[in-house]
Ligand binder design. Structure first.
Ligand code: SAM
Length: 263
């Protein structure tokens, strides 16, 4: 049985990207798709009124850290969980958390129906960790469908860009669920998509900062040939035998990773 939380009826705040899940069946399925055991620490970003949290609590886990920026929602969550030592509730902006310093022993899974206004910033924060493999073993995250499509997109497609390459260089990505607008309150204009990210060691030696720089240069002028947009990497392109008459969207994730590994 899902745990009932002591959550009030505060009005949703647009500035905090608050679209709460109101469909219990969706939350139950989403929670079920997350594999956890007694050794798993779950970090939930933006638990809100606890729609998903209640189902996460039914799973096996070692600890759950709830990170909620909204003071009022935090207070309600805190009141609900203050007697459970396995649950820590933090009133902080998820963008400011030093995740490595949480010192969670065992497996770590980041979970969340992310606030749409900071979802890509959060994702880049988790991809851009000093250590790779990172502090987490998995991420199960809901994005607006259009953002999820860009994350999964392959080369030669309009939606292929910086976020696609950065994510696919770092993780294996699988789509888990689609969320129609009516499962949320307030009802958003768009669908949501839940993606599963598993850190990959395929390109573990890439310089991620350099990769991001190359991607910004390449995709900021995506209609230009790379001999123009990546003119500072002429020698590297030649060494790697990448045709400089191509456009950024023609280069594979592997091409970009190789470019970022050239000194
Ligand atoms: N998990 C809940 C659900 O699915 O019903 C709420 C999801 S709602 C899309 C996003 C949640 O993230 C809200 O509770 C909001 O207050 C919180 N939030 C927004 N910005 C945040 C931030 N920067 N750091 C942490 N939480 C944030």
């Amino acid at each position: 049985m899902k745990q009932q939380l002591n959550i009030n009826k505060s009005r949703p705040k647009k500035s905090l990207g608050q679209n709460f899940i109101i469909d219990d069946e969706f939350s139950r399925k989403l929670s079920k798709s997350i594999n956890s055991d007694k050794d798993t620490n779950i970090i939930e970003i933006g638990p809100g009124k606890g729609a998903l949290t209640g189902y996460l609590l039914e799973k096996e886990f070692k600890s759950i850290v709830l990170i909620e920026k909204d003071r009022e929602l935090y207070q309600n969550l805190y009141k609900s969980f203050k007697n459970d030592k396995r649950i820590e509730v933090k009133n902080i902006d998820a963008l400011h958390v030093k995740y490595e310093k949480l010192k969670l022993e065992g497996k770590v899974i980041i979970v969340g129906n992310l606030p749409f206004n900071v979802s890509t910033q959060l994702l880049f924060k988790w991809l851009d960790t000093k250590q790779w493999p990172p502090f987490y073993n998995r991420m199960v995250l809901m994005f607006q469908k259009e953002v999820a499509d860009r994350i999964k997109s392959g080369k030669n497609s309009k939606s292929y860009g910086k976020i696609s390459v950065a994510c696919q260089a770092r993780c294996e990505i699988n789509e888990l669920m689609t969320a129609p607008p009516e499962i949320f309150y307030p009802v958003p204009k768009v669908y949501g998509t839940v993606l599963d990210f598993q850190p990959s060691l395929k390109y573990k030696n890439i310089d991620f900062v350099k990769l991001k720089k190359i991607l910004s240069l390449g995709f900021s002028k995506r209609r230009k040939k790379i001999k123009t947009s990546l003119k500072d990497y002429k020698k590297e392109l030649m060494d790697l035998k990448i045709d400089e008459n191509l456009r950024a969207e023609d280069l594979s994730v592997k091409d970009f990773c190789k470019l970022s590994m050239c000194s």
